[in-house]
Design a protein around this ligand. Sequence first.
Ligand code: BGC
Length: 420
Amino acid sequence: MSKQILRFPAGFLWGASTSAYQVEGGIINDWSEWEEKNADRLVKQAETYWHRWQQEKFPEMFNRDNYFCGSACKSYELFSQDIECLKELNCQAYRLGVEWARVEPEAGKFDMKAIEHYRLILKTLKENNIKVVLTLWHWTNPLWLIKEGGWESKKVRGYFNRYAQFIVDELGDLVDYWVTLNEPLMIIGHGYLDGKFPPNKKFSSALFKVFNNFVAVHKNCYKIIHNKYPGAQVSITMTSGAFTAANKYNPLERLMVKLANYLRNDWYINRVRGYFDYIGVNWYHHDRLVWYPPFRKNLNEKITDRGWEIYPEGIYIVLKNYKKYKKPIYILENGIADANDKLRVDFIKDHLFYIHQAIGEGVDVRGYFYWSLLDNFEWAEGYWPKFGLYAVDRKTFKRTARQSAKVYAEICKNNQVKVD
Ligand code: BGC
């Protein structure tokens, strides 16, 4: 890349993202229950799994406590500190979540104090001129829902309607963009195929029931939100994937790329066609496919702390694929686990380079949200991966800007990025 300044279109929305469970703290839901049952296994996995090469750098992966979300970042209480961070970053928007288990701890009984508290958070964001991107569901569920069959039962549709209607009535006036479901396919993959996430099922045919419920729930929510706010901006976020063939002359690998691309990037979105106003893109992974087992062989020249290959042109591949849907695109998650903050600045700049290129080729990208505002609870990995622009002290919960936060703040302020 040659030295240049890349300007983004006027009004491009710069932001940062979190999810409710990963930052709020003090939540009891199906995930917190799962932690109790799985912490020992996760410690063991740290000894045996791919983490091996990271063991020295992150000794906390051997600590049981690492795998309990517990207080998270205490963002439920310390939300005004998070807003201060957003202001320092010159972010014009914040993607955050509502925790279903918190607002509806018992089926049909809504906690009015919790909803008032969420109103306060959203109002404070608006007072600070920060647009609200609100996620209704980011993988976690109230315990009562699980007793009723969870996402495998059709009952979830009615329950989610009731929850969504409540949120729309109580918070809708403060929301600029809605995300109904975060990355439904991630739960299909890790909950029902490789068994890494709750409910830990492997190659389970229940995935089709869950998938159909995800489709129905999203469509219902879309209608519920639009009934009250016809101009609302509603979507899901996609677990987007960028696939390339190791050998572009190999017809089998090319076919695999097509198939993987369809399943990951087009399957779900095609099923909810007509029910989204924009596309929410979350992107982290590139997959270089080979025709022989294990079918994926990345070159991994540069990797993140999580072992994920850094492959910025992947975001370009993803964006070009979504162009055909002719809808505005917001990148609602893109980020790196990088505890030493050595790679984050280049990671952000290089991704923005390719996003800018896609925009130049007519892809209607309207915003970029870095994942994540804060170091937070990284699901089955717990706390050791550090995605934050701000580090969070696990004892005092003090937020400290990393060097990369300062660079990101300049990008957000100037609506441009300097790449070399
Ligand atoms: C999820 C986030 C998660 C991030 C990094 C995304 O798929 O939406 O909750 O922290 O990946 O693993």
